[in-house]
Design a binder for this molecule. Structure first.
Ligand code: ADP
Ligand code: XUL
Length: 523
């Protein structure tokens, strides 16, 4: 008897459902609905055009409409929706949705003869939702940071310094700009908890994975931090839901989905989480001390930790891991963007870029680059500038090696606070297709590197969490390593071992790199 579970991944640009069969370890359905393909909501790359610098909002109703669209697509494709045992999901992190006090009642009486967007269009106290790309809250970050005793005290208490894209500073900005609309808000949701509420037909709790991305949660206790709520906006505690473990069942699916799409009435809905916490599960990082690097648009280093300790430099983040314990994350904004810039500058394709890496030697004879083509998160650089050390801008191969080596050294240097010494590392994201880049990753981190098979690790993580929570709730728990086995396994044949001589070179070079970075940042 097959046991089916659904994960819904609501990312910046699309909603992607993924159905797994836990027994045969098969992905039964893998689909997607791009928000831009629902033109009446006017998004481009998932967000609304904005005239104000740093302001990036999205219309939450497009996410709602996408829910109907993906259920229609699954039904049309013959997915046996009546056999799905449980649903969970993944949301782009930090984005916030503002709802009137009548939201819960509207969820309770969803009319299956009308689309979700029609059912819910009058429930918003703010028409748009600020999302993670919004960087317009520096003033609010300063205010919250000061109220909590400074930036590092904020990081120690909430897992991160007050950061522009995080939800708390965004809520504070809304309260300051439009106190009346804030007062008329009965409920503030994350993207994840908003969509979880729709599936369950009642206001859903947040989980400690996504809840940690708000500057509002006590990272040690995984409960709301009263001082942070107070520093953010008045009466906030009454507008937030609870925080529940990532494997909590909210209840049965809303009758809307039973009547309209044929789901079974006892399909369980689990709390949702953020995309990075879900990816931890989807990449199989279920034990403390595991690490992956995602080489996507940006480069992220994701690790897992048993105990919570935060970054003393304030650059990195700690979230609750949905597999228990904690996860840590740093993000290099100029990841693939920088590699692409260098590649294009010399008129190369990726083969040519890899060839340049083959033609140069580990350590690059001391030549380095700080590829801050745009603003950088780690280290924080607001006014972008590219710095070169002993590097001739006309030397194509040396520049190609410099960008990859420097980024890998930055990832190692700035993740040291996590205290993770993994026996193996996983690589995912578009650039993980490039073996020459992965060799440098293995050498700089002195660790074998495996490529991961999954492309939608967040959606897979959500489906696996649905299975885990369902079995836990049914009184037949399955350990995490068994849950992820066969789904999140790295490709054995993709193993790349570090070369000891090259690793020695990088152990030396990283000190020079650290000084170079400090000099560029003005000490
Ligand atoms: P996203 O963050 O949008 O999910 P992806 O994980 O799909 O991004 O990664 C896309 C990036 O992968 C592209 O921007 C490109 O720079 C990079 N990429 C694709 N193929 C290669 C390759 N062979 N070598 C290096 N980088 C590559
Ligand atoms: C993480 C972050 C992004 C979003 C993207 O802190 O801001 O990775 O979660 O969806």
């Amino acid at each position: 008897m097959e046991r089916l579970f659904l994960g819904l991944d609501s990312s910046t640009q699309s909603l992607s459902p993924l159905v797994i069969d836990l027994d045969t370890r098969r992905i039964v359905y893998d689909g997607s609905q791009a928000f831009d393909d629902i033109p009446e909501y006017g998004t481009r790359n998932g967000v609304l055009p904005s005239g104000e610098p740093g302001v990036v909002h999205a219309p939450p109703l497009v996410w709602v409409e996408a829910v109907d669209r993906v259920f229609e697509k699954m039904k049309d494709a013959g997915v046996p929706l009546n056999r799905i045992l449980a649903v969970s999901g993944s949301g782009q992190q930090h984005g916030s949705v503002y709802l009137k006090p009548g939201f819960n009642a509207a969820l309770d009486r969803l009319d299956p003869d009308r689309r979700l967007a029609e059912n819910l269009e009058d429930t918003f106290s703010r028409a748009t939702a600020p999302i993670w790309q919004d960087s317009s809250t520096s003033a609010e970050c300063r205010e919250i940071g000061e109220a909590l005793g400074g930036m590092l005290a904020t990081a120690a208490a909430t897992g991160s310094i007050a950061i522009e894209r995080f939800t708390g500073p965004q809520i504070r900005k809304f309260f300051k700009q439009d106190p009346q609309a804030y007062e008329q808000t009965g409920h503030v949701a994350l993207v994840s908890s908003f969509l979880a509420s729709i599936l369950a037909g009642r206001v859903a709790d947040m989980d400690p994975g996504d809840g940690a991305g708000m500057n509002l949660m006590d990272i040690g206790r995984k409960t709301w931090l009263p001082e942070a709520l107070e520093a953010t906006a008045p009466s906030l505690s009454g507008k937030l839901p609870g925080i529940s473990p990532s494997w909590s069942v909210i209840g049965n699916v809303s009758s809307y989905f039973v009547d309209r799409y044929g789901l079974a009435a006892d399909t369980k809905c689990l709390v949702w989480s953020g995309d990075n916490p879900n990816s931890v599960v989807g990449l199989g990082l279920i034990q403390p001390g595991m690490a992956a690097i995602s080489l996507g648009t940006s480069d992220t280093f994701i690790g897992t930790m048993a105990d919570c300790h935060t970054d003393p430099r304030g650059e990195g983040h700690v979230f609750g891991s949905p597999a228990g314990g904690y996860m840590s994350l740093i993000c290099l904004t100029n990841g693939s963007l920088a590699r692409e810039k260098v590649k294009d500058q010399y008129g190369l394709d990726w083969n040519g870029f890899s060839g340049a890496l083959a033609d140069t030697r580990p350590g690059n004879e001391g030549r380095m680059i700080l590829p801050w083509f745009g603003p950088e998160t780690v280290p924080k650089v607001l006014e972008p500038e590219v710095h070169r050390k002993d590097l001739d801008p006309a030397d194509a191969p040396a520049n190609c090696r410099a960008v990859v080596e420097s980024q890998m050294m930055a990832l190692r240097l700035h993740s040291e606070w996590m205290g993770i010494r993994p026996e193996r590392m996983y690589a995912t994201g578009g650039a993980s297709a490039n073996t020459a880049i992965l060799q440098i990753m293995a050498d700089v981190h002195r660790s074998p590197v495996y490529r991961s098979e999954v492309t939608n690790s967040a959606g897979l993580g959500a489906a696996l969490r649905a299975a885990h929570g369902y079995l836990e709730d049914a009184g037949t728990p399955m350990p995490w390593d068994e849950i992820v086995r066969g789904f999140a396994d790295p490709i054995e044949a993709s193993r790349i071992d570090p070369d000891p001589a090259s690793a020695d070179v990088y152990d030396e070079a990283i000190r020079t790199y650290a000084e170079f970075e400090q000099d560029a940042l003005g000490g």
